[in-house]
Structure formats: structure tokens, C-alpha cells
Ligand binder design. Structure first.
Ligand code: BES
Ligand code: MN
Ligand code: ZN
Length: 489
């Protein structure tokens, strides 16, 4: 997919125009402004309710081109980055399968100070919206959905910053799509070894450091929680380490839960929807994608990425409820349920980060709890932090990327729920009592005073139902948000 800016619609060869318009705007007037010709269509406002992302394909006679995709933007006073992202991704869904090669997109008129960011967002949304995961399906040629080759963005902006914005949007969009791929691949393909191989390939492509610790290395390092979770599977655990940038600065450490499959282990999950637990590595995929994008954009930062990649299965060698494991920091943990495995592998990764890297900030992404889905559903990530100063930075970033979150408290008094009779702590709190919070408190025990944000993406990393603007499956929640956050650091 090739995306470029054009300044003159009439000089650009295209076979479809995407024409966005606000409620109450005169479509024929907009058309005339850009294309000079007269657009005659019997479309009335009664046929088309102008809501964000509504589309209507018009076949027009006479004036070229013959196809116009009207794109509703809703009320002009409520227009936002979020509205444009939704609209562009919905337009892309409408374009897939139309068999058009060259698409001209008219940019809506926005504030001059935001115009470049709207360009980046357009490139991101086109790339993200074109994503399809169909590599395991044999489609006949007429079933195959084709992505238009060329997008011409009609805009007054030009020059280096405009082109850089388009390139950045595409790069981040492609990185997010790679994370979606990792989440959508079945667990028999996307194993810990597969994640490790992907990390190595990424590090070669973008020239950053990558080291894979295998079982022996993990044992020598003393990461007993990771080993305890991994020991039920014949897929060997991999501890992925990435490093990018200026080693003289204290790093931002990105940690992602990399459970390539979570059956629950001996405390096995109910079979309903268990197949979705292949996305339990979505946090790890986020970290890999953020690294690719950050290195691609040459961010002037020092970044460490850590992904404990593990499979959680029951077997004759699996850990049992009641087992006591020793964590990397020396603390002992009693397993109450083997299904609370994410916090275990993350605890070792957090302790490893603190021992080796002196992090100035830990950002950690995990599909950690069903409780956060019960509390916040699939539109809001659970956001926890011991450093309230970063909340505004993430809120600002979310205005661009529309990845929504809601802050939940690290309620100190609930720590009592993690007291164990037999070890320093147990791996779960009371059943049905603030499960997302007690999981975060478990992690906080290992984090200590280091500035840290925990994103519980169990609800937002995956969508079961396809939506007009979003394919079903993995969503790469957090990739764009974090890129925007890191750029503004
Ligand atoms: N990976 C799951 C959390 C999850 C649930 C992710 C639903 C995505 C959708 C996690 O490992 C888990 O099993 N958590 C348990 C914790 C419980 C046993 C304390 C849960 O939430 O049920
Ligand atoms: Mn689990
Ligand atoms: Zn899990």
C-alpha cells in the first residue's frame, strides 16, 4: 500500500474518491470545491444519517470519477482524532473488496496546528484498517478482499514534515499489525520459540540488540516462577531481552506477558472460549511491536524490552496448587491456582529488570485478569500506576490514538488478601473480590518504588465480533498509545 499527498485532485488519476463531510454540509458544494464539476445525486439527508463512520457508495454518471464513497463525520463541533480514526478505518472496510486500485481521499479541514498529526493518523488508520488475517484460509479469487494499491491524500500540506508524518503513521500501523498477527496465529504456531525467532528477526531488521535466554539461562538467573509455570509444557520457555538506543541513559523498560497459550494449567479453565487464550501473549506482542516502531522511528531513548514467553498447560510435570516456588528476588510464592500464571512470569521479569537495568520507568502490558473485563469491558484497559504524574501523559497520548483506559486503585489494604500460610505470599486474593486490583498488588510487591504502569489489557487486546472499523481478533491495544507517549517523553 502506497500513501502519498497530492495537492490537485484533477491532476490525480483515481477510480474512487473518499469524500468526508460533516452533518449539514452540502456534499455537492464540497465536490465542486475540489473537483470543479457538478455532482448530481438524489441522496437526501433522510437516506443518510450523518454519523461518524457511516459510508455510502455513489455511482455517478457523467463527471469522472464514477465512484464516490461518502464518509460521514458527524457533528463538526465534536470532531476529533478519535472520530477520524474510526471514520478512516470504516472507509477502508468499505473499500476492501471493491476492486479499486487508486483512491483519492479528501482530508477534512482541521486546525492548522493539528493538520500534520491528522495526516499521520490517516496513514495509521489506512494501514490498520486494511489488516486481514486470512493466511490459514483458502479463499477463491472472487472471495479474496483486495486492498487498493495507491492512496492519494488531498491536502495542502507538503514537504518533509508531511511526508514524515505519513511514513510514521504507516510504520506504526504496520508494527501494530505485526502484533495482531502474533495474537491471531494459533498457539501451535505462535509458540515461545516462534516469539523468540520473531524478536531476533525484528532486531536484525532494525539493528537493535536481542538476547534469548533458554531454560538453562532462566534457571541460572533464578527465575523460579517462570520455570514453575513453564514446566507443564513441552514447549521450552524463552525469556526475550531487547535493547535499543543510548545506553548512557537510564532506560524505560517495557515488559509484556507472553503466555502463548493459557489453559489454566492443572487449575484448568472451562472449555468455553478457551481457544481465545492464544492471545494471552498480546502484551508480549505489544512490546515487540513497540520496539520495531521505536527503532524504525529512531526515537532518542534507551529502551529495554522483556518478554517472558511461556505456555501454561497441565501435565505430569506441571506445577500443582499448593506448590511453593522461589521468585527471582528470593521471595517464595504459594500457588493457589495455576491459572494465576501471568503475574508469576511477570514478577520474575520485573525483578530481573530492577536487578540489571535501573529502570527510570517500567511499562508493563498483560492480559492479566478476567476481573478487569468484568469491571471495564472491552473498550477500556485497566490502568494502574504508582506514579500518578504519568497519567496525564497517557491521557494526552490517548486523545490522538483513541486507546481508552480507566485508572484503578492500588488499594493498599487489599494486600492482606495475598498473605499465605506457607510462603511469603500466595498468587491470588479472595475469589470474586477486586481481582484486577489484587493481581496488580501482587506485581507491585516486586516493583517496589520503581515508577511503573501496569496495563491490564485482558478486555481490550481482543475482539470477538468484527466491527465496521475493526476486524475480529487481536487489536494491538497499546502500541500506538505507547509510541505517542514515548515520542513525547
Ligand atoms: N489470561 C488470564 C486472564 C484473561 C481472562 C485474559 C480472560 C483474557 C480474557 C489469566 O491468566 C487468568 O487466568 N486469570 C485468572 C486469575 C484468577 C485465577 C485469580 C482470572 O482472571 O480468572
Ligand atoms: Mn491464567
Ligand atoms: Zn493468562
Amino acid at each position: 500500500m502506497n500513501i502519498q499527498i497530492v495537492s490537485d485532485a484533477k491532476k490525480t488519476k483515481h477510480d474512487l474518491i473518499v469524500l468526508p463531510f460533516f452533518q449539514g454540509q452540502d456534499i455537492a458544494g464540497i465536490y465542486k470545491k475540489y473537483f470543479g464539476g457538478t455532482l448530481t445525486s438524489p441522496l437526501s439527508s433522510r437516506d443518510f444519517k450523518n454519523k461518524i463512520g457511516r459510508t455510502q457508495l455513489l455511482y455517478t454518471a457523467g463527471d469522472v470519477p464514477s465512484r464516490i464513497l461518502l464518509l460521514g463525520l458527524g457533528e463538526q463541533s465534536k470532531f476529533s482524532f478519535a472520530a477520524w480514526r474510526l471514520a478512516v478505518q470504516t472507509a477502508m472496510t468499505a473499500l476492501l473488496g471493491l476492486n479499486v486500485e487508486n483512491v483519492l481521499i479528501v482530508m477534512p479541514v482541521v486546525k492548522a496546528s493539528e493538520a500534520t498529526r491528522y495526516l499521520e493518523l490517516t496513514a495509521f488508520a489506512l494501514t490498520f484498517g486494511a489488516y486481514q488475517f486470512d493466511q490459514y484460509q483458502h479463499a477463491t479469487p472472487d472471495e479474496k478482499k483486495t486492498v487498493p494499491n495507491n492512496f492519494y491524500i488531498l491536502s495542502k500540506l507538503k514537504g518533509r514534515s508531511a511526508n514524515e508524518a505519513l511514513a510514521a503513521g504507516q510504520l506504526i500501523g504496520n508494527s501494530a499489525n505485526e502484533a495482531r498477527d502474533l495474537g491471531n496465529h494459533p498457539a501451535n504456531i505462535a509458540t515461545p520459540s516462534h516469539l523468540a525467532a520473531h524478536a531476533i528477526a525484528l532486531s536484525k531488521k532494525h539493528k537493535f540488540f536481542c538476547r534469548i535466554m533458554n531454560r538453562e539461562d532462566i534457571k541460572k538467573e533464578g527465575m523460579g516462577l517462570i520455570l514453575g509455570i513453564a514446566q507443564g509444557s513441552s514447549e521450552p520457555a524463552k525469556f526475550i531481552i531487547l535493547e535499543y538506543g543510548d545506553k548512557k541513559q537510564p532506560p524505560v523498560v517495557l515488559i509484556g506477558k507472553g503466555l502463548t497459550f493459557d489453559s489454566g494449567g492443572v487449575s484448568i479453565k472451562p472449555s468455553d472460549k478457551m481457544e481465545e487464550m492464544k492471545y494471552d501473549m498480546a502484551g508480549g506482542a505489544d512490546v515487540l511491536a513497540i520496539f520495531g516502531a521505536a527503532a524504525g522511528l529512531k526515537l532518542p531513548l534507551h529502551l529495554i524490552g522483556l518478554v517472558p514467553a511461556v505456555e501454561n498447560l497441565p501435565s505430569g510435570t506441571a506445577s500443582r496448587p499448593g506448590d511453593v516456588l522461589t521468585a527471582h528476588n528470593g521471595q517464595t510464592v504459594e500457588i493457589i491456582t495455576t491459572d494465576a500464571e501471568g503475574r508469576m512470569v511477570l514478577a520474575d521479569a520485573i525483578s530481573f529488570a530492577k536487578k540489571h537495568y535501573n529502570p527510570k520507568l517500567i511499562l508493563e502490558y498483560s492480559t492479566l485478569t478476567g476481573a478487569v473485563v468484568a469491571a471495564l469491558g472491552n473498550q477500556l484497559t485497566g490502568f494502574f500506576t504508582n506514579t500518578p504524574a504519568v497519567v496525564k501523559n497517557f491521557s494526552d497520548a490517548a486523545k490522538l490514538t483513541d486507546e481508552k483506559f480507566w485508572m484503578l486503585p492500588l488499594e493498599d489494604s487489599y494486600k492482606d488478601q495475598l498473605k499465605s500460610q506457607f510462603a511469603d505470599m500466595k498468587n491470588v486474593g479472595e475469589r470474586g473480590s477486586a481481582g484486577a486490583i489484587t493481581a496488580a498488588l501482587f506485581l507491585q510487591n516486586f516493583v517496589g518504588e520503581t515508577p511503573w504502569v501496569h496495563f491490564d489489557i485482558a478486555g481490550t487486546a481482543w475482539t470477538t465480533q468484527p466491527k465496521p472499523h475493526l476486524a475480529a481478533g487481536a487489536t494491538a491495544w497499546g502500541v500506538y498509545l505507547t509510541m505517542e507517549f514515548l515520542r513525547n517523553l
